[in-house]
Design a protein around this ligand. Structure first.
Ligand code: SER
Length: 900
């Protein structure tokens, strides 16, 4: 009795091998030599030619396999029913002109009732309505009562061909009645019903025809057998599980999905079905990617993309918003890897491919869902039709496969205009052909790709930070991306692009305010915007690619792809947080300007400004530095305006009117006839094109970090707002705490007082040390003098002393010079692990020809060193410590020699 899925596979092959079948391995999911098939959809696919081959050419007449299959014709049913799959395994036995119906039926019955040990009373049979033999055979061989044999039409009981041509014929299927509880409950529910009660688990096909390209059925010279038993369904039935997804093939995957997502599988039916679909899809992805197929926009790759995006959509419905699917590769490989041993090695690569593809889709998924909802509402909701153009936009800009849109709309009772979609697609292609022009710049510089004629770009950024727009790539600067912006994982990751949009929410650098940051993206391309500037009426975005389809390897590939889609629709997304930071600083700059005029004086004139996300800088004319009280006063009055939460208003009006009503204009600035006026309460009114907060409260807080001079008569204030101010305050507090800790302050003790005390004490200690040192030097010199010997009327001293460094040594030499009157001293000490010699000679002895330099050199040489200096004081370094004493012992003979 086979129960576990691995036992079912093994028993099946063993059973048919024992009946003369050659066991063959599974063919790959991508069929060889059959362009009419995207994927292997059945066990017989690898044997297609055998059905019409002369018997003597056949390598074997009977075969049996466990075949990997992928079917996407009813992708939408996966996760709706409990029995449909994309990837599944089919166990099959095949006869090529050898045995026919009798054996096929007999063996199927034997395997079902003896090996699988299924309850024969619950097994139902369907036969093709015109196939009298089959019905009789089932009764005769298997003893199935006529009451459990159902006759069905061509739709259910005529199979094939796989692809356009090949073997096909009537079939007979085995069903298992899983019980009324699983059924739809309708009165006419029976075998063939669309619900999950009667599960068709084994299809016996009796191929009798060879379908030609034109659809004609040519009878096969030798009819054959082609059976397919679904492993997932069979495992579920044999294991008495609740459904396929509770069989041992799926349970671990579903369990891990539940654990990692934190979503309760049993929450409700929708959740359960969505999780089933995800578990199914990840298996399909693991198997296809392992075979080297990649997600793309065409053919097999597109099928993978659809499967992955459908899974992403389901996950989003479960509240999962990050790449997630890739984490299920592991449980899939755990379950399937013991039979399909090739899976394990590729698993890390497969996981990272899935993650990258998820990221690509997630970048637009949220906006796409918002767009989808709007489109549904615009369409009029249930009972209405979603326009083809909308389906196209969702496809082109947000990467929603049209089938996915159709399915999601269907779930909400909205039909879709697929013809309209195809028309929109067609129009796009035509525009592409007509409008795309790619020219090498004559200057030999960056080529320019024009997808549409750039008109004036419209700035939408006052109202919104994200919008759909038409992209034009105007220039390409090969390999210009900075090290930090470069993406080494991407073929085109080093290129810089200059992009123009018909309208854009991105603010271009101007009026002191720096450009916005953010992304320009669609379903498979993502640019990170690194700069935005104005150029002859256009707003030009500089961007580097963060992602592009992996099938693009060169700029030419990208150009071809962009040409395909002239007037490419993209999503421009400004980074809101950064924009908000910048806006805080901009409004604060206006407040600072006004406050300076009030507090420092009406003569203050703006000389320049910088408004960045992390700080603001304001230069102004003023003759002297600001007093600390003035700085404090500026801060308090601006923070007071913040607390008052004044409205920031903008109007566009005539320049004259604006200036007359008191708006500050910048000297030397050229203004249009119509100007934008930004005012804050009645405190500030300036001509300004920048982006601002809505109310002063949004600024959060204002703090001056620096005040100084930049040129004669020009002062500069640097300040911060919002979260930077908060962070800065935190840093200051941390420093204060650190200081208190280092100073060992007790509670209530003041750091300034404590530091002053410490500095005083430090000064006093220094004085004391100096006094002690000279006292010690005195004592030392006395000791040394006692060691001196007489050579030719001069006192000679050679000694190794322990003092703190060369300076102390010199000090000691000076003392000795005073005390000795007529004398020579060679002092030596160890400084920084090196030997130092210092020779002192009193002036009278210098006159007699004794030079300190000569002496110290001769002595130091003994240790392998050398040096020199003035006649009365010279210094040398020594090397060999082992000869240190020898050197000192040479002083007396040296003096004697040098003096004579
Ligand atoms: N080719 C048939 C099927 O796919 C039986 O193997 O159902």
């Amino acid at each position: 009795m086979a129960r576990a899925s691995h036992e079912i596979r093994a028993e099946y092959l063993k059973f048919f091998a024992a009946r003369g079948h050659t066991v063959r391995p599974s063919a790959p999911l991508v069929p060889r030599d059959d362009p009419s098939l995207l994927f292997t959809v059945a066990g017989m696919v690898q044997f297609k030619p055998y059905y019409s081959m002369p018997p003597e050419q056949l390598p074997f007449k009977r075969a049996t396999t466990v075949q990997k299959c992928l079917r996407v014709n009813d992708l939408e049913a996966v996760g709706r029913t409990l029995r449909h799959h994309t990837f599944f395994e089919m166990l099959g036995n095949f006869s090529f002109g050898d045995y026919f119906k009798t054996d096929a039926i007999e063996w199927a019955w034997e395997f079902t009732t003896k090996v699988l040990d299924l309850d024969r009373e619950r097994v139902w049979i369907s036969v093709y309505e015109q196939d009298e033999d089959a019905s009789e055979l089932w009764q005769k061989i298997a003893g199935v009562p006529a009451a459990r044999i159902v006759r069905l039409g061509k739709k259910d009981n005529f199979w094939g061909p796989a692809g356009e041509t090949g073997a096909c014929g009537p079939s007979s299927e085995l069903y298992f009645d899983t019980g009324a509880a699983n059924g739809c409950g309708k009165a006419d529910c029976a075998v063939g019903c669309d619900c999950d009660r009667y599960i068709e688990f084994w299809n016996l096909v009796f191929p009798q025809f060879d379908q030609q390209k034109d659809g004609t059925l040519v009878p096969l010279a030798h009819p054959g057998i082609d059976t397919g038993m679904g492993l997932e369904r069979t495992s579920f039935i044999a294991q008495g599980a609740r459904d396929n997804f509770h069989s041992d093939l799926f349970r671990p995957v579903v369990a891990r999905l539940q654990e990692l997502s934190g979503v309760e599988y049993e929450r409700d039916t929708t959740t359960r079905l969505a999780m089933n679909a995800v578990a199914d899809h990840v298996r399909a992805l693991v198997f296809t990617l392992s075979e080297g197929i990649y997600p793309s926009n065409e053919g097999r790759g597109y099928v993978l993309r659809r499967i992955l995006r459908r899974a992403s959509g389901k996950l989003r419905g479960l509240g999962v918003r990050e790449p997630f699917l890739y984490r299920l590769v592991e449980p899939v490989v755990d379950v399937m890897g013991t039979y399909y041993t090739e899976l394990a090695t590729g698993a890390p690569r497969v996981a990272s491919l899935i993650e990258a593809e998820e990221q690509r889709f997630l970048a637009t998924l949220d906006s796409g869902m918002a767009r989808f909802e709007t489109a549904l509402a615009t369409a009029g909701g249930p009972g209405h039709t979603l326009a083809g153009r909308e389906i196209f936009t969702l496809y082109d800009t947000y990467g929603f496969p049209p089938e996915l849109t159709a399915e999601m709309a269907g779930d909400r009772g909205v039909t879709v205009d697929m013809d309209g979609f195809r028309t929109a697609m067609q129009e796009q292609r035509q525009r592409a052909r007509a409008g795309a022009a790619f020219k090498q710049n004559t200057a030999g510089a960056a080529p320019e790709l024009v997808l549409a004629t750039p008109g004036e770009s419209e700035f939408q950024g006052y109202e919104r930070t994200r919008a759909e727009n038409t992209l034009q790539v105007v220039r390409w600067l090969q390999g210009h991306a900075s090290e930090a912006d470069r993406n080494p994982d991407l073929a085109l990751g080093g290129e810089t692009f200059e992009l123009v949009l018909d309208r854009t929410p991105f603010y271009a650098t101007s009026g002191g305010q720096v450009a916005d940051q953010g992304l320009i993206s669609n379903a498979d391309l993502i640019w990170r915007v690194t700069d935005v500037r104005k150029e002859r009426g256009n707003i030009v975005h500089t961007g580097v690619l963060l992602q592009h389809p992996s099938e693009l390897h060169t700029w030419d590939d990208l150009v071809a792809a962009l040409r395909e889609r002239a007037g490419l629709q993209v999503l421009a997304t400004v980074e809101d947080e950064v924009r908000a930071d910048t806006a805080r600083n901009h409004t604060a700059t206006h407040l600072l300007h006004a406050a300076l005029k009030k507090i420092v004086g009406p003569h203050v004139v703006q000389a320049g400004s910088l408004v960045a996300p992390d700080r603001l800088r304001f230069d102004f004319n003023h003759f002297k530095g600001l007093e600390p009280e003035e700085i404090r006063h500026l801060e308090t009055s601006i923070n007071d305006l913040v607390l008052r939460n004044l409205e920031v208003r903008t109007v566009v009006e005539d320049y004259e009117t604006a200036v007359k009503s008191g708006a500050m204009a910048l000297f030397g600035e050229k203004y249009d006839a119509r100007v934008r006026v930004v005012s804050v309460g009645d405190y500030s009114m300036e001509l300004c094109g920048g982006t601002h907060v809505r109310r002063t409260g949004d600024i959060g807080g204002f703090m001056i970090t620096q005040e100084g001079s930049v040129a004669s008569g020009v002062r500069r204030i640097e300040a911060i707002t919002g979260r930077r101010a908060e962070q800065h305050a935190a840093v200051l507090r941390q420093r204060a705490q650190e200081l208190a800790r280092v100073l060992g302050l007790g509670p209530g003790q003041d750091a300034v007082r404590k530091s002053t005390e410490l500095l005083e004490e430090n000064k006093r200690l220094k004085r004391e040390i100096a006094a002690l040192q000279s006292k010690m030097a005195g004592g030392l010199s006395e000791d040394l003098l006692r060691q001196a010997t007489e050579v030719a009327g001069a006192r000679v001293l050679a000694a190794r002393v322990e003092v703190a460094g060369v300076d102390a040594l010199r000090e000691l030499a000076d003392t000795l010079r005073r005390e000795m009157k007529t004398g020579v001293a060679v002092l030596s000490t160890e400084d920084d692990d090196k030997i130092v010699f210092l020779a002192m000679v009193t002036d009278d002895l210098v006159k007699r020809g004794l030079r300190a330099g000569d002496l110290v050199n001769r002595v130091a040489k003994i240790t392998g060193g050398g040096g020199g200096g003035k006649p009365n004081l010279a210094q040398a370094g020594g090397r060999d410590k082992a000869r240190w004493q020898d050197a000192l012992d040479d002083v007396v003979p040296a003096v004697r020699a040098l003096l004579s």
